[in-house]
Design a protein around this ligand. Structure first.
Ligand code: 13P
Length: 247
C-alpha cells in the first residue's frame, strides 16, 4: 500500500518570518491529515520550518542539493548541511532547475545518489514540455528521464525515491492535465520503473504536479494510480494547501 504524499514546493517564496507564520498556521489544520505532508522551502527557510514543525506531522524539505559533499562549489548547498538544519526531503531535477539552471539527466542522477547516500528522501521530478507532448514524444522523453535518474540505483535505493510527474506545460499555467492524461502518463512511468526495478516499481510513490489545487486534487487521485501531488502556487497559503491535503 502506497501512502499518499502531498508536498508543497514553495519555489523562491517566503522569508523566515513568513515561513514561521505559515507553519504555525498549517499545524492545527493538518494535525489529522491522512497523507504524508511535506513542505519544500527555500534553503534559508529550512531551519525555521523544521524548528516550527518539530513534533508535528509536517515534514520539511529543500528544493535542490549539491552532488558533492563539500569543497569548491560556489552557491551550492550540501546534503549534510541540509540535514544539519532539519531537512528530511529534497526535490531534485525540477523542470525549472533543468530549464534555467543547467540540470541534466546526468546531474540529476548525481544529486540523487548523493541525497540517498546522506539519508535525505528525494522527490525526483520528470515531465515533458508542450512541444514534446504535441510532437508525440512524451513517452520517449519520460523514459529517458527515468532511465537517466535511475542509472546505477539499486532496488533498495529506488524504494526510497518519490517520483513527481510534472508536465512542464501544466506548471504555473492553470492548465492541469486531465485525469485521463495524468493517470495514463503515471502508469507509463511506473511501467518504465518496472522494466528497471521489477516488483519494486509497485511500491514507488508517483506524484502529479502542475496547477494542482483543492478543486482538482480529488479527481486526479480518484483512480489510485497517482500517489499524491507536488504543489506550487496552491501551497503558499495554509488555507489553500490544506484543501489539497484534505482532498
Ligand atoms: P504549480 O502548482 O504552481 O503549477 O507548480 C507546480 C510545480 O512546479 C511544483 O513543483
Amino acid at each position: 500500500m502506497r501512502r499518499r504524499i502531498i508536498a508543497g514546493n514553495w519555489k523562491m517564496n517566503k522569508t523566515v518570518s513568513e515561513t514561521r507564520d505559515f507553519v504555525n498556521g498549517l499545524k492545527p489544520l493538518a494535525a489529522d491529515a491522512e497523507c504524508e505532508v511535506v513542505l519544500c522551502v527555500p534553503f534559508t527557510d529550512v531551519a525555521i520550518a523544521a524548528e516550527t514543525a518539530k513534533g508535528t506531522n509536517i515534514h520539511v524539505g529543500a528544493q535542490n542539493v549539491a552532488w558533492a559533499e563539500s569543497g569548491a562549489f560556489t552557491g551550492e548547498i550540501s546534503a549534510s548541511m541540509l540535514k544539519d538544519v532539519g531537512a528530511e526531503f529534497v526535490i531534485i531535477g525540477h523542470s525549472e532547475r533543468r530549464a534555467m539552471f543547467g540540470d541534466t539527466d546526468a546531474t540529476v542522477n548525481k544529486r540523487l545518489k548523493t541525497a540517498l547516500g546522506a539519508g535525505l528522501k528525494p522527490i525526483v521530478c520528470i515531465g515533458e514540455t508542450l512541444d514534446e507532448r504535441e510532437g508525440g514524444k512524451t513517452e520517449e522523453v519520460l523514459a529517458r528521464q527515468v532511465k537517466g535518474f535511475a542509472e546505477g540505483l539499486t532496488k533498495e535505493d529506488m524504494e526510497k525515491v518519490v517520483v513527481a510527474y510534472e508536465p512542464v506545460w501544466a506548471i504555473g499555467t492553470g492548465k492541469t492535465a486531465t485525469t485521463e492524461v495524468a493517470v495514463e502518463t503515471v502508469k507509463f512511468v511506473r511501467s518504465v520503473l518496472a522494466e528497471l526495478f521489477g516488483e519494486v516499481a509497485n511500491g514507488v510513490r508517483i506524484q502529479y504536479g502542475g496547477s494542482m489545487n483543492g478543486n482538482n486534487a480529488t479527481a486526479l487521485m480518484a483512480s489510485g494510480d497517482i500517489d499524491g501531488g507536488l504543489i506550487g502556487g496552491a501551497s503558499l497559503k495554509p488555507e489553500e494547501f490544506i484543501k489539497v491535503i484534505k482532498a
